[in-house]
Each structure stands twice: as C-alpha cells, then as structure tokens.
Design a protein. Sequence first.
Length: 132
Amino acid sequence: VLQVRSTASAASRPCFSNGSELQLLLRPKSAVPFAVHSTVYAQRGQTWQTLSLSSQADPEGSMRLLGEIGREIPLTPGEWTLWVVIAPHKRQIAPDRLPALYQQGQAALAAQQLALYKREFTIGGCSGAAHE
C-alpha cells in the first residue's frame, strides 16, 4: 500500500508484484470548492495506458484510488511512471501533455484548477527492492 499526502514523493521506487494492492490517498492543501474526478495513466517511454482504478472523492477534494496489480493495473513487468490528474468534473487532459504541465509546478497547476501527481514504480523483479 502506497499512501501519499500532497504531491511530494518518496525517494525510493516502490516495487509491486501481481496481486499487490496499490492504494493512493491524495489530499489537497485546502478544501476544493467544486466536484473533482481523477484520471490515472501509466507511462513507459512514449507509451501511455489509462488505468481504471476504483476512486472515491470526498466533498473537500481528497481522492482515494485503489487497484490491484495485474487486474485494474494490467501492466507488464518493468519500470513505469504513474500519473494521476485531478481536475474539475468532466475536464480531460491528454496524457502526452502531462510532462510539460508537471514542469510548470503545482502553483501554476492550481491556477488552472488542476492537481497532478507523478510517481515512478516497478512491477516485478522485486527481490531486494522496496516491495509493496
């Protein structure tokens, strides 16, 4: 289980095996006055894959995402980058725009009513790694 508060990420790259549960809890610094939704992508090189994680949002904008490696997260073994976009309801962001948006920083994203979380992780080959 990987739980994260804010957009800061730990230095280590977590490693997951098939059947492992991935749970993210993302909370805004302050309450959000509008309904939000999340879109989750996995990236490897130039390949982007949309993931269908279970999600729950509370009225203040916190988001809980849950999925199982190999089921809701059907990724091949190797290194991946997880991207979570939290935006006002029905607003969609093309995944290939995410790296450039991330470079703008969280303050610029907040001004656009967006939150973006990025985390690198590995699937498979977990012996000796930070196994989740």
